[in-house]
Ligand binder design. Structure first.
Ligand SMILES: *Cc1c(COP(=O)(O)O)cnc(C)c1O
Length: 305
């Protein structure tokens, strides 16, 4: 189950996996201006693959490009077809889908605007991002010494390639210190998110998550909020400091890659095994992405390939 597939969609056509290469002078490779998405497809009750919240992901991709002055020649509809076709030609039932918009070679330098914009869509079979044991028992996390980007240093709402240097530095630091994942605080010291996941905590039956100000507004985050509202629980979008983490009854991280991953320890303070909110959300999310939750289907959250 490597990062492999038969074909990759590149600028409107399918090319063999091994031939999907780029020039070393591709602009994005040097400076990081490019945008991407992370999407998952899950096998549905009828056996076919269904992509979870595909349109929301593609709308965010288009928005990300727009925020970055990257002209895209494809619409959400074009990209929807391309994602579905990529899944079909590779024959996957459950897979991760990675559209990437990047700037090609031609000119170099930061002021360049005329390099060709390329779009590729790859897919591969990808298991639990933070490990299957983490998904079941919870992960151990630590607040990072690296701050999340200041709101005015980058475009936090966009999934920009270069943003992930900050995330990688935090993730390496956490892993080198023996933790599974990092929690990133913003430049005011308030809790922002994980390196590629949003964060939720539960205290006294109230679920809280930071508002979308200096974090990436995750589609999984939104899904969790909708699950809580649908099931009649209190959900607050509110900022909090690391102290709130230490007295949480439950905590979990969410993202397309990480799905709903419980947190069992933060900064060497025990939170405990996954609690009732975490387990409930994990269950509903898992059922939902597999096409077993009627209200999610009614909202058009599953696109069958
Ligand atoms: C992609 C990402 C998330 C999760 O977003 P989803 O839409 O739920 O996949 C959260 N934080 C960061 C920094 C991300 O890049």
């Amino acid at each position: 189950m490597g990062i492999e597939s038969r074909l990759i969609w590149m600028d409107g056509e399918f090319i063999p996996f091994a031939d999907a290469t780029v020039h070393v002078l591709s602009h994005t490779l040097h400076y990081g201006l490019g945008v991407f998405e992370g999407i998952r497809a899950y096998q549905q009750p009828d056996g076919s693959p269904g992509i979870f919240r595909l349109d929301e992901h593609l709308e965010r991709l288009v928005d990300s490009a727009r925020m970055c002055h990257i002209p895209l020649r494809y619409t959400v509809e074009d990209l929807r077809e391309a994602c579905l076709e990529t899944l079909r030609v590779n024959g996957f039932k459950s897979a991760y889908i990675r559209p990437l918009v990047f700037l090609g070679s031609g000119a170099m330098g930061l002021g360049t605007r005329n390099n060709q914009v390329h779009v590729c869509i790859a897919t591969w079979e990808w298991g639990a991002y933070l490990g299957s044991e983490g998904l079941e028992k919870g992960v151990r996390v630590a607040c990072s010494s690296f701050s999340r980007h200041h709101v005015n240093a980058n475009l936090q709402r966009a999934k920009v390639v270069g943003h992930y240097v900050n995330s990688i530095l935090a993730r390496y630091e956490a892993n080198d210190n023996g933790f599974d994942e990092a929690i990133m605080l913003d430049t005011n010291g308030l809790v922002a998110e994980g390196t590629g996941e949003n964060i939720f905590l539960v205290r006294r039956n109230v679920v809280t998550t930071p508002p979308v100000i200096n974090i990436l507004g995750g589609i999984t985050r939104d899904t969790v909020i909708e699950i809580l509202r649908h099931d009649g629980f209190d959900i607050r979008e509110q900022q909090f400091g690391r102290d709130a983490l230490y007295i949480a009854d439950e905590m979990f991280m969410v993202g397309t890659a990480a799905e709903v991953t419980p947190i069992r320890e933060v900064d060497r303070r025990e939170i405990g095994p996954p609690g009732k909110f975490t387990k409930h959300i994990q269950q509903v999310y898992n059922d939902g992405v597999h096409g077993r939750v009627p209200w999610m289907i009614e909202r058009g959250w599953i696109t069958l390939a």
